[in-house]
Design a protein around this ligand. Structure first.
Ligand code: GAR
Length: 215
Protein backbone atom coordinates (compact mmCIF):
# COMPACT_ATOMS: atom_id res chain seq x y z
CA UNK A 1 0.00 0.00 0.00
CA UNK A 2 1.18 3.50 -0.79
CA UNK A 3 2.55 5.27 2.30
CA UNK A 4 0.39 8.12 3.55
CA UNK A 5 1.66 11.47 2.32
CA UNK A 6 3.40 13.37 5.13
CA UNK A 7 1.87 16.82 5.01
CA UNK A 8 3.00 20.09 6.59
CA UNK A 9 0.46 22.89 6.84
CA UNK A 10 1.72 26.48 7.03
CA UNK A 11 -0.54 29.12 8.54
CA UNK A 12 -0.50 32.70 9.78
CA UNK A 13 -3.94 33.18 11.27
CA UNK A 14 -7.30 31.67 12.04
CA UNK A 15 -6.69 28.40 10.26
CA UNK A 16 -10.19 27.60 9.05
CA UNK A 17 -8.64 25.85 6.05
CA UNK A 18 -6.39 23.89 8.41
CA UNK A 19 -9.54 22.89 10.30
CA UNK A 20 -11.09 21.68 7.05
CA UNK A 21 -8.07 19.39 6.54
CA UNK A 22 -8.26 18.13 10.14
CA UNK A 23 -11.98 17.42 9.77
CA UNK A 24 -11.57 15.70 6.38
CA UNK A 25 -8.79 13.42 7.68
CA UNK A 26 -10.64 12.55 10.88
CA UNK A 27 -13.79 11.76 8.89
CA UNK A 28 -11.79 9.43 6.63
CA UNK A 29 -12.45 11.59 3.55
CA UNK A 30 -8.80 12.54 3.06
CA UNK A 31 -5.84 10.19 3.12
CA UNK A 32 -3.06 12.52 4.28
CA UNK A 33 -0.83 12.30 7.35
CA UNK A 34 -1.01 15.78 8.92
CA UNK A 35 2.52 15.75 10.27
CA UNK A 36 3.18 19.30 11.45
CA UNK A 37 1.62 22.76 11.50
CA UNK A 38 4.00 25.70 11.15
CA UNK A 39 3.16 29.34 11.80
CA UNK A 40 5.09 32.58 11.47
CA UNK A 41 2.75 34.09 14.06
CA UNK A 42 2.77 32.81 17.66
CA UNK A 43 -0.78 34.09 18.19
CA UNK A 44 -2.28 32.31 15.19
CA UNK A 45 -5.47 30.58 16.35
CA UNK A 46 -4.66 27.77 13.95
CA UNK A 47 -1.89 26.65 16.33
CA UNK A 48 -4.57 25.93 18.95
CA UNK A 49 -6.61 24.00 16.38
CA UNK A 50 -3.53 21.87 15.59
CA UNK A 51 -2.74 21.20 19.24
CA UNK A 52 -6.33 20.18 19.91
CA UNK A 53 -6.09 17.73 17.02
CA UNK A 54 -2.81 16.30 18.36
CA UNK A 55 -0.67 17.65 15.50
CA UNK A 56 2.85 18.87 16.41
CA UNK A 57 3.35 22.62 15.92
CA UNK A 58 6.34 24.85 15.25
CA UNK A 59 6.44 28.62 15.29
CA UNK A 60 9.12 30.54 13.42
CA UNK A 61 8.54 34.28 13.88
CA UNK A 62 9.53 36.25 10.81
CA UNK A 63 10.18 39.24 13.10
CA UNK A 64 13.12 37.33 14.63
CA UNK A 65 15.01 37.37 11.32
CA UNK A 66 16.75 40.18 9.41
CA UNK A 67 15.57 39.13 5.96
CA UNK A 68 13.35 36.72 4.01
CA UNK A 69 16.19 34.31 3.20
CA UNK A 70 17.20 33.74 6.82
CA UNK A 71 13.56 33.33 7.87
CA UNK A 72 12.96 30.83 5.07
CA UNK A 73 16.12 28.92 6.01
CA UNK A 74 14.79 28.58 9.57
CA UNK A 75 11.40 27.38 8.34
CA UNK A 76 13.10 24.83 6.06
CA UNK A 77 15.25 23.58 8.96
CA UNK A 78 12.16 23.13 11.13
CA UNK A 79 10.08 21.45 8.43
CA UNK A 80 12.89 19.13 7.36
CA UNK A 81 12.85 17.51 10.80
CA UNK A 82 9.45 16.12 9.77
CA UNK A 83 10.50 15.16 6.20
CA UNK A 84 7.24 16.35 4.61
CA UNK A 85 6.15 15.10 1.19
CA UNK A 86 3.71 17.97 0.72
CA UNK A 87 3.46 21.56 1.98
CA UNK A 88 0.04 23.21 2.23
CA UNK A 89 0.02 26.99 2.45
CA UNK A 90 -3.24 27.76 4.24
CA UNK A 91 -3.38 31.49 4.76
CA UNK A 92 0.41 31.66 5.18
CA UNK A 93 0.91 35.37 4.58
CA UNK A 94 4.64 35.39 3.84
CA UNK A 95 6.12 35.48 0.36
CA UNK A 96 8.47 32.56 -0.17
CA UNK A 97 12.01 33.07 -1.43
CA UNK A 98 13.24 31.24 -4.56
CA UNK A 99 15.40 29.08 -2.26
CA UNK A 100 12.33 27.88 -0.38
CA UNK A 101 10.37 27.17 -3.56
CA UNK A 102 13.31 25.27 -5.07
CA UNK A 103 13.80 23.24 -1.88
CA UNK A 104 10.28 21.79 -2.15
CA UNK A 105 9.77 22.10 -5.91
CA UNK A 106 6.47 20.62 -7.01
CA UNK A 107 5.49 19.87 -3.42
CA UNK A 108 3.96 23.18 -2.34
CA UNK A 109 0.28 24.06 -2.76
CA UNK A 110 -1.44 27.36 -2.11
CA UNK A 111 -5.04 28.50 -2.09
CA UNK A 112 -5.74 31.99 -3.33
CA UNK A 113 -9.14 33.65 -2.90
CA UNK A 114 -9.77 34.56 -6.54
CA UNK A 115 -10.34 32.94 -9.90
CA UNK A 116 -6.69 33.07 -10.94
CA UNK A 117 -5.25 34.47 -13.14
CA UNK A 118 -7.73 37.17 -12.08
CA UNK A 119 -6.84 39.15 -8.96
CA UNK A 120 -3.45 37.97 -7.72
CA UNK A 121 -2.38 39.80 -4.56
CA UNK A 122 -4.42 41.18 -1.67
CA UNK A 123 -7.98 42.44 -1.06
CA UNK A 124 -9.45 40.22 -3.73
CA UNK A 125 -13.04 40.29 -2.46
CA UNK A 126 -13.20 44.09 -2.38
CA UNK A 127 -11.63 44.32 -5.83
CA UNK A 128 -14.17 41.86 -7.26
CA UNK A 129 -17.06 43.87 -5.82
CA UNK A 130 -15.65 47.18 -7.07
CA UNK A 131 -15.19 45.71 -10.54
CA UNK A 132 -18.83 44.56 -10.57
CA UNK A 133 -17.87 40.99 -11.46
CA UNK A 134 -20.60 38.36 -11.64
CA UNK A 135 -18.34 35.51 -10.48
CA UNK A 136 -15.71 35.05 -7.81
CA UNK A 137 -14.11 32.10 -6.08
CA UNK A 138 -10.87 30.50 -5.07
CA UNK A 139 -8.05 28.59 -6.74
CA UNK A 140 -5.77 25.79 -5.55
CA UNK A 141 -2.45 25.93 -7.38
CA UNK A 142 1.13 24.72 -7.26
CA UNK A 143 3.53 27.29 -5.87
CA UNK A 144 6.27 28.55 -8.15
CA UNK A 145 8.42 31.65 -7.92
CA UNK A 146 5.66 33.73 -9.53
CA UNK A 147 3.36 35.05 -6.78
CA UNK A 148 -0.12 33.54 -7.15
CA UNK A 149 1.00 32.46 -10.62
CA UNK A 150 1.80 28.75 -10.37
CA UNK A 151 -0.06 26.09 -12.38
CA UNK A 152 -3.67 25.79 -11.28
CA UNK A 153 -5.29 22.54 -10.11
CA UNK A 154 -8.85 23.19 -8.91
CA UNK A 155 -11.12 26.22 -8.90
CA UNK A 156 -14.38 26.72 -7.00
CA UNK A 157 -16.58 29.54 -8.20
CA UNK A 158 -19.74 31.19 -6.95
CA UNK A 159 -22.01 33.98 -8.15
CA UNK A 160 -21.48 37.36 -6.52
CA UNK A 161 -24.67 38.60 -4.86
CA UNK A 162 -25.71 42.13 -5.72
CA UNK A 163 -25.13 44.41 -2.71
CA UNK A 164 -23.18 41.95 -0.54
CA UNK A 165 -20.20 43.24 1.43
CA UNK A 166 -16.61 42.10 0.96
CA UNK A 167 -16.84 40.32 4.33
CA UNK A 168 -19.99 38.43 3.32
CA UNK A 169 -18.40 37.44 0.03
CA UNK A 170 -15.19 36.39 1.80
CA UNK A 171 -17.15 34.11 4.14
CA UNK A 172 -18.88 32.40 1.22
CA UNK A 173 -15.57 31.98 -0.62
CA UNK A 174 -13.99 30.47 2.48
CA UNK A 175 -16.76 27.87 2.68
CA UNK A 176 -15.87 26.91 -0.89
CA UNK A 177 -12.18 26.74 0.02
CA UNK A 178 -12.92 24.29 2.81
CA UNK A 179 -14.27 21.89 0.20
CA UNK A 180 -11.86 22.33 -2.69
CA UNK A 181 -8.54 22.56 -0.84
CA UNK A 182 -8.61 19.15 0.90
CA UNK A 183 -9.91 17.59 -2.32
CA UNK A 184 -7.10 19.01 -4.48
CA UNK A 185 -4.47 18.19 -1.85
CA UNK A 186 -5.73 14.62 -1.79
CA UNK A 187 -5.18 14.37 -5.54
CA UNK A 188 -1.58 15.54 -5.15
CA UNK A 189 -0.97 13.38 -2.09
CA UNK A 190 -2.13 10.28 -3.93
CA UNK A 191 -0.01 11.07 -6.98
CA UNK A 192 -3.04 11.61 -9.20
CA UNK A 193 -1.99 15.22 -9.83
CA UNK A 194 1.60 16.37 -10.21
CA UNK A 195 3.70 19.27 -11.37
CA UNK A 196 5.76 18.22 -14.38
CA UNK A 197 7.93 20.64 -16.39
CA UNK A 198 6.12 23.59 -14.85
CA UNK A 199 2.63 22.36 -15.70
CA UNK A 200 -0.18 20.51 -13.97
CA UNK A 201 -0.68 16.88 -14.98
CA UNK A 202 -3.76 14.96 -13.93
CA UNK A 203 -4.23 11.23 -14.48
CA UNK A 204 -1.03 11.30 -16.61
CA UNK A 205 -2.53 13.93 -18.93
CA UNK A 206 -1.49 17.55 -19.32
CA UNK A 207 -4.11 19.71 -17.66
CA UNK A 208 -4.17 23.18 -19.31
CA UNK A 209 -7.19 24.32 -17.37
CA UNK A 210 -7.96 23.70 -13.70
CA UNK A 211 -10.83 21.44 -12.74
CA UNK A 212 -13.76 23.81 -12.18
CA UNK A 213 -16.62 23.47 -9.73
CA UNK A 214 -19.57 25.82 -9.31
CA UNK A 215 -21.10 26.23 -5.86
C1 GAR B 1 -7.92 32.00 3.01
O1 GAR B 1 -9.13 32.53 2.60
C2 GAR B 1 -6.94 31.98 1.86
O2 GAR B 1 -7.56 31.95 0.61
C3 GAR B 1 -6.22 33.29 2.05
O3 GAR B 1 -6.11 33.44 3.44
C4 GAR B 1 -7.25 32.88 4.06
C5 GAR B 1 -6.81 32.13 5.28
O4 GAR B 1 -7.90 31.76 6.06
N1 GAR B 1 -4.93 33.23 1.42
C6 GAR B 1 -4.41 34.26 0.75
O5 GAR B 1 -4.95 35.33 0.65
C7 GAR B 1 -3.06 33.97 0.13
N2 GAR B 1 -2.76 34.92 -0.89
P1 GAR B 1 -7.78 30.66 7.20
O6 GAR B 1 -6.60 31.05 8.10
O7 GAR B 1 -9.07 30.78 7.94
O8 GAR B 1 -7.58 29.33 6.55
Amino acid sequence: MRRRCKTAILISGSGTNLQAFIDAVSAGRLNLDLTVVCSNNANAFGLQRATKAGIPTVCVRHTDFPDRESFDAAVIANLDRFAPDLLILAGFMRMLSPIFVARYAGKILNIHPALLPLYPGLNTHQRVIEAGDDWHGSTVHFVTEKLDGGPRILQGRLAVHRGESADELAARVQAVEHQIYPEAAGWVGSGRVELRDGQTWMDSKLSDEPVKRTF
